[in-house]
Design a protein around this ligand. Structure first.
Ligand code: HEM
Ligand SMILES: *[C@@H]1O[C@H](CO)[C@@H](O)[C@H](O)[C@H]1NC(C)=O
Ligand SMILES: *[C@@H]1O[C@H](CO)[C@@H](O)[C@H](O)[C@H]1NC(C)=O
Ligand SMILES: *[C@@H]1O[C@H](CO)[C@@H](O)[C@H](O)[C@H]1NC(C)=O
Ligand SMILES: CC(=O)N[C@H]1CO[C@H](CO)[C@@H](O)[C@@H]1O
Length: 322
């Protein structure tokens, strides 16, 4: 650094950069005029509503996609041989085409204005409301990251202990209460047998099933996910209260108390002293939808890019060409 003036400008930019990383203050919603005569949030809502009518399982797909973001910068959407999409836990993340559809509609209405990072959280918000949850206002104005590395993905395994899961969530600034609320996302959607083989047949390396699992449920699941069968792709509802299997409600917590947790981590939440009271509070309480929303909103602001960081991608699958 030869020039002291240049040096101090670089230093100032560096300080600005650091102070805006992670916790950039985002305004709520898109201000009028941001997308010309159009209402960007209404455009997104239209895309989600049309999809939801054909396929209500998009609620689960989009909630999971939002959670799987390493940071809230849409880097999960980038295609490429070693991107986050290629990390083992991605295997069954779905809904990339819904993002593409919303992005195409927005680029038509107001090119270069709405980031892919905002689209992910906005489509999830709309899907949650359609799926029986409450609608929430979202802070918007995220920018998109330019890098995506599978090696950056560090999600807890389905067999994680509560302590391991807590350490991952706390690392992102989320509390135990928020973790229990966010795992309430498992009130919708499915798992594949492959991910519960150990829960059913080799719990904690014992070559036996989880001894705490409800016996009737265990029998059913063992039929659907036999130990040596080619059943890895069979699906199992995460919420075993079947009338509400696709509904955003607190039924997941009631199932855990009945020992009907599907993933190992689900059941452990209801048994571990660090989280069991939080589970019973949600099972008996009536305000899960609002509390879930607060936790989702907080998750949606983790490590966001703001100001001049990142970019507004033209296609969510690739970074902009210069
Ligand atoms: C310790 C934390 C978590 C673990 C270990 C975990 C693990 C898993 C696993 C193994 C599956 C099944 C994947 C498959 O077989 O296709 C799954 C599905 C799902 N997860 Fe999680 N998850 C966690 C937290 C969350 C959070 C915080 C949310 C959202 C707020 C979430 C939302 C979902 C949804 C909606 C599905 C169903 C997806 C579908 O039907 O396509 N999960 N999760
Ligand atoms: C799992 O096994 C380890 C030792 O192999 C043991 O320390 C731990 O308590 C077991 N956990 C459960 C939930 O049984
Ligand atoms: C595990 O249990 C199954 C039957 O329950 C048995 O066939 C198998 O040999 C056992 N495997 C080990 C490594 O003990
Ligand atoms: C599951 O489906 C995938 C892709 O459709 C296939 O490659 C794989 O062999 C299937 N696995 C099992 C256990 O059937
Ligand atoms: C949708 C997607 O990109 N899936 C990728 C997930 O990761 C595997 C490898 O682990 C890739 O083969 C898939 O293409």
């Amino acid at each position: 650094m030869k020039s002291p003036v240049l040096g101090s400008i670089v230093l100032t930019l560096l300080v600005l950069h650091i102070s805006t990383t992670c916790h950039g203050a985002l305004p709520t919603g898109f201000q009028k005029g941001k997308c010309g005569q159009n209402d960007a949030e209404a455009i997104i809502r239209g895309v989600v509503a049309a999809r939801f009518r054909r396929d209500p399982t998009i609620v689960a797909a989009l909630l999971r996609m939002q959670f799987h973001q390493n940071r809230c910068d849409a880097s999960i959407l980038l295609d490429g041989p070693s991107g986050e999409k290629t990390a083992p836990p991605n295997l069954s993340v779905r809904g990339y085409d819904i993002i593409d559809e919303a992005k195409a509609a927005l680029e038509k209405a107001c090119p270069g204005v709405v980031s892919c990072a905002d689209i992910i959280v906005a489509v999830t918000r709309d899907a949650v409301a359609l799926g029986g949850g409450l609608r929430y206002e979202l802070p918007l104005g995220r920018r998109d990251g330019k890098a995506s590395l599978a090696s950056n993905v560090n999600l807890p395994a389905p067999s994680a202990t509560v302590a391991q899961a807590l350490s991952a969530f706390k690392g992102k600034g989320l509390t135990a209460a928020e973790m229990v609320l966010l795992l309430g996302g498992h009130t919708v959607g499915v798992t594949h047998c492959a991910l519960i083989m150990n829960h059913l047949h080799n719990f904690n390396g014992t070559n036996k099933s989880d001894p705490t699992m409800n016996p009737a449920l265990l029998a059913t699941l063992k039929c659907r996910c036999p130990r040596n069968g080619a059943s890895g792709n069979n699906t199992i509802n995460l919420d075993q209260n079947l009338p509400s299997a696709n509904k955003v409600d607190n039924s997941y917590y009631n199932q855990l108390i009945l020992n009907k947790g599907i993933l190992e981590i689900d059941q452990k939440l209801a048994l571990d002293p660090a989280t069991k009271n939080l589970v019973s509070a949600q099972a008996t309480g009536s305000n899960f939808p609002a509390l879930f929303n607060n936790a989702i909103i907080k998750m949606s602001t983790i490590q966001v890019l703001t100001g001049m960081q990142g970019e507004i991608k033209k296609s969510c699958r690739s970074i902009n060409k210069l």
